[in-house]
Design a protein around this ligand. Structure first.
Ligand SMILES: *[C@@H]1O[C@H](CO)[C@@H](O)[C@H](O)[C@H]1NC(C)=O
Length: 277
């Protein structure tokens, strides 16, 4: 997931206002990491700048492989309640290395252990970053939430290819014209391109939360900051090949596959919440 984004943000801050409060001005600059093995690839992210050092020195990194047999049922984990406004005004953004959707302020959020986390943005990785029992899926969406103290909680949902027309993700379907518009724009380095997509219904985002995995990890893009509370939904959603292609289309070749490799658990335990158990 992304939080501190390596871009010059001055020109767009007028449009996005507080939605971009998570961007660290110190990180402003060009995208200087990639997903391709080599000097700027994932195994070297931690060396690219001092601020990125957690990417190599961190012991609680994300994503991870969720081995379902090793996940421990924790009856103290509360049901996941994503309380978003029914409708949310959004802007689709090409960050260069990822496609994201930023929301206006005040669209609700989630609560974990009595702490409130406001819903800020979502973005897509393809293929998926988290694995379930060693399997990598077609795509993954990260719903990024932030508390007043700056700490983050991310809800991840995985997608696999579906076969029929009804398998299309309805939320992505609504964004199709926006993706098309952005893919026609030539992406320029250091310039974030965006298109307002208007009011979106949020209802189907919050479905199928009965069973989830919980662990503490990190952002999956530099600076790989830790202490992020991850919630990975067990339910894998359907997506079409065309929708995955649409997610990748506006990105330049080196970012079309934007999944960070699997990170070691280093003794962390993944917990399971299941309302039926
Ligand atoms: C939605 O966001 C866009 C882009 O920021 C803005 O121009 C528009 O006025 C907003 N619409 C509503 C209803 O808030």
């Amino acid at each position: 997931m992304i939080s501190k984004i390596s871009f010059s943000v001055v020109s767009i801050s007028l449009f996005l206002g507080l939605a971009l409060a998570t961007i660290d001005e110190e990180q402003a600059g060009e995208v200087d990491f990639s997903y391709i093995n080599g000097p700027t690839g994932p195994s070297n992210w931690g060396k690219l700048k001092p601020a990125f050092s957690p990417c190599s020195s961190g012991k609680n990194q994300s994503p991870v492989d969720i081995k379902t047999n090793d996940a421990v049922l924790n009856k103290n984990l509360a049901p996941l309640s994503l309380k978003y406004t029914a409708l949310a005004n959004a802007t689709l953004i090409n960050w260069g290395f990822i496609m994201g959707l930023h929301f206006d302020e005040g669209i609700g959020g989630m609560e974990i252990n009595g702490k409130n986390y406001a819903f800020k943005q979502l973005h897509w990785h393809s293929p998926s970053e988290h694995l379930i029992d060693g399997e990598r899926y077609a795509a993954e969406v990260h719903l990024v939430h932030e508390a007043e103290d700056g700490s983050s909680a991310v809800v991840a949902m995985l997608y696999q290819y579906g076969n029929t027309i009804v398998d299309l993700d309805p939320f992505l379907a609504k964004l199709k014209p926006g993706f098309e518009k952005l893919s026609k724009e030539k992406y320029e380095k250091n310039k974030v391109s965006q298109v307002p997509v208007g009011i979106l219904p949020t209802g189907h985002i919050t479905r199928n939360t009965r069973k989830y995995y919980r662990y503490v990890g990190s952002f999956t893009t530099p600076p790989c900051t830790e202490n992020v509370i991850w919630t990975v939904l067990h339910k894998v959603r359907p997506i079409s090949k065309e929708q995955v292609a649409a997610l990748k289309a506006p990105l330049t070749a080196e970012y079309k596959n934007n999944a960070r490799p699997e990170q070691q658990l280093n003794g962390r335990q993944i917990e399971l919440h299941d309302e039926l158990e």
